[in-house]
Design a binder for this molecule. Structure first.
Ligand code: SF4
Length: 423
């Protein structure tokens, strides 16, 4: 048997398309690439701020942007917002089905309904018919937090409750599946299949299990997410641990990472996760940095931060840049990089595709690295160099040589420890 790696084949789902000629079309499901979504944090009726927020996320790479439309003034604002943006817009509707009808009338590209708070069959049918007329998809999104104590609670609890009896959140999984089944029956009775489904929760293991379960039960594309994960700092691992597990298992067609922080991080982290899993081609710089250890003789944390903040935004091509602390592991770890620096005793040697181009004092590492990266990017654009090509293997400097980062000094205990960021 050939080795197929850890990643499971993508689960086959129906494909739905969101968008139009003007904003572009984003396919979700089937063989379409996984897409990244976010949601505006500001008020939709604050038109200029909303447009600016949408455009900022679109510029960062968001494939779709969702807006809350709790009031009539929000759906009215859509008439002014939609002509000013170039990304498909999703109206997030709760409690009031009329908001969905108004948003559809305004030209929105997709509707999200929450079965936990819009459950009247006639109201749902009105939204389905309006979407069918305009060929708009609907996401049916159940949330752990809005599913409790609904009228369908007992409907399939007996069967599903037993089925998930051994699971710590089995009752929630049972309720969410029961609600989805009940709700999707309305859509199927209307012969409407432009559906995307989601079932979000707070606990990553619940999220993994519920999506695994619904992916086996429905062939609609899945929108992945962990709700109320926390801030970008506290919620990042909670979100990525669940979503990357699912994607690696072939489950998921679009995703939103949710943070109680600037939502630009949701877009950036979603894209980064997909790039790391080989599901998306990276657009900007890929940074490789050593974690540092007792061999370090430059302020590498500051250097890496500056590379992230100053160098990365200056480049457009997916150049691999390695910032390594010393010659012990630096050359090996930087081998696959297009541009690499490995530091020694207050100095750094810079390599471009394995060829040494500079040996500079610590203060000059960042500007020289930036200059070399820009020059390399220009050469790639002119067709004189190729990304990812190794021109020559990196030959590290002699341990006690011009770099002055020799193991002998380390072994002799002569290395002066650099104080980095209060460490
Ligand atoms: S590259 Fe050098 S300084 Fe960085 S972690 Fe590895 S051994 Fe330590």
């Amino acid at each position: 048997m050939p080795y197929n790696g850890f990643m499971h084949p993508r689960r086959v789902t129906r494909k739905v398309v969101v968008g139009d000629d003007r904003v572009g079309r984003v396919a979700i499901g089937g063989d379409a690439p996984l897409s990244v979504q976010t949601m505006c944090a500001g008020y939709t009726h604050d038109i200029d701020a909303c447009v600016a927020e949408i455009n900022r996320y679109a510029k960062a790479g968001a494939d779709l942007v969702r807006l809350a439309v709790p009031e009539r003034k929000d759906t009215e604002a859509l008439h002014h917002i939609l002509p000013q943006v170039r990304v498909p817009i999703v109206a997030d509707v709760h409690f009031h089905y009329q908001r969905a009808l108004e948003a559809i009338e305004a030209g929105v590209h997709k509707i999200r309904l929450n079965p936990g708070n819009i459950s009247d069959r006639d109201q749902v049918n009105q939204v389905i018919d309006a979407c069918a007329e305009r060929k708009l998809p609907i996401r049916v999104g159940v949330n752990e937090g809005s599913i409790i104590e609904r009228k369908d609670k007992l409907k399939r609890m007996e069967e599903l409750g037993k089925y998930f009896a051994g699971h710590h959140s089995g009752h929630l999984i049972a309720l969410m599946i029961a609600k989805l089944e009940e709700y999707l029956e309305i859509f199927e009775a209307r012969n409407f299949h432009e559906v995307i489904i989601s079932a979000k929760g707070i606990d990553p293991t619940l999220v993994i299990d519920i999506y695994t379960e619904i992916s086996a039960r429905f062939d609609y594309p899945l929108h992945l997410g962990v709700t109320h994960a926390g801030t970008v700092d506290s919620g990042r691992i909670r979100s990525i641990s669940a979503l990357s597990t699912l994607v690696a298992n072939g489950i998921g067609d679009t995703l939103r990472i949710s943070y109680a922080s600037d939502h630009i991080h949701e877009v950036q982290d979603g894209i980064e996760m997909l790039c790391c899993l080989g599901k998306r081609v990276r657009k900007g710089v890929e940074l490789i940095a050593c974690p540092t250890c007792g061999r370090i003789q430059v302020d590498l944390f500051t250097l890496v931060k500056e590379v992230e903040k100053i160098l990365m935004p200056e480049l457009e091509l997916p150049i691999k840049v390695a910032v390594m602390g010393c010659i012990v592991n630096g050359p090996g770890e930087a081998e696959g990089a297009d541009v690499a620096v490995f530091a020694g005793d207050r100095r750094g040697i810079i390599y471009v595709q394995g060829q040494r181009v500079a040996n500079v004092p610590e203060a000059e590492i960042l500007p020289r690295l930036l200059a070399e990266c820009k020059e390399f990017e220009a050469r790639v654009r002119r067709g004189e160099a190729k990304l990812g090509e190794k021109v020559v293997a990196i030959v590290p400097p002699a341990p006690i040589g011009e770099l002055g980062s020799g193991e002998a000094r380390i072994m002799a205990g002569l290395v002066e420890k650099v104080t980095v960021g209060g460490r």
